[in-house]
Ligand binder design. Sequence first.
Ligand code: OGA
Ligand code: NI
Length: 368
Amino acid sequence: METTKIASYDRLSELKAFDETKIGVKGLVEAGVSKIPRIFHHSSSNLANPRPISSSVLHLNTIPTIDLSGRNFKDAITRKNVIQEIKDASENSGFFQVTNHGISLDLLEKMRDGVRGFNEQSPEVRKQFYGRDFSKDFVYTSNFDLYTSQAASWRDTFICFMAPNPPKPQDLPPICRDVIIEYSKEATNLAEFLFQLLSEALGLNPNHLNDIDCSKGLRMLCHYYPPCPEPELTIGGTKHSDSSFLTVLLPDLIEGLQVLRDGYYFDVPPVPGALIINVGDLLQLITNDKFISSEHRVLANRATRARVSIACFFTTGLRHNPRMYGPIKELVSEDNPPKYREITIKEFTTHRNAKGLDGTPDLPHFKI
Ligand code: OGA
Ligand code: NI
């Protein structure tokens, strides 16, 4: 009893000391640590890596790469085929990659450079943005669930709330301000296009998902995964599903993202120029489990340079949004009754934030 108490007090003060540096995991790497502090040590169950038997064959089917033809399909058949591919992927794993998505590769590179640039600025500059008030338009933090998770992850993140009410440009850091604004517009256009195809994949009017505001809110999570000196002891991001309708992820060519399917982890293979798209919990809820929001995680970075990724979460999160969301009427029937009650996005997000990324799913809490 007494030992547990002492151990947990130690942990809390170590978490606080880390948090108070205000320069995240990158700060530890800058200080030259060769062993990771024990607050980052994960349990063996978190670190376990069950692999599919013939991974090279299976993962290709699990996370397909879909060519969006620059969002301008040459004929109706090509368009129909793409919708079918998106439908299959959304039903099977909820994950797919897109190429020829219409966002210039140059902008993708500039966005990754912007995130890298922010995190590689001097500690004095970074510190000014660091905090845990997630209601702010811009916040730089390390481990949003630092004090509630079992172990910390080898990752720093800055979060920008871009829509429905865009931040004042002066509230964004000068080093990546312009590119954040430009990329968020482009990512929103792409998401609106994807929501049209997803609506059709569900047999709905193409505007359905946009009309119910699925693309109205945008929370951008810009992750920085520094190289980890002991990657076998920690994780870059623990297992979770996304609390969005849809996530558009701009990945790095350094791998690390894994999707959990049928008890196995499938690596998402880096595809140059591609964006990773995944169904979030809110889309699973409104489709009454037709489309699935798969759990995924990120391994600690084993490379010698930092891994950067930008996740655009389409959701209004904790922002004011009175709209109620439940399974879409057209998708339910006597044989397929609604599995979830109607909720607001705020209710969903509050539940999620209180719980943290503890490895258990959030959706069951809202089941009827
Ligand atoms: C996320 C996420 C994956 C990555 O932000 O929810 O899963 O590769 N990110 O950073
Ligand atoms: Ni995620």
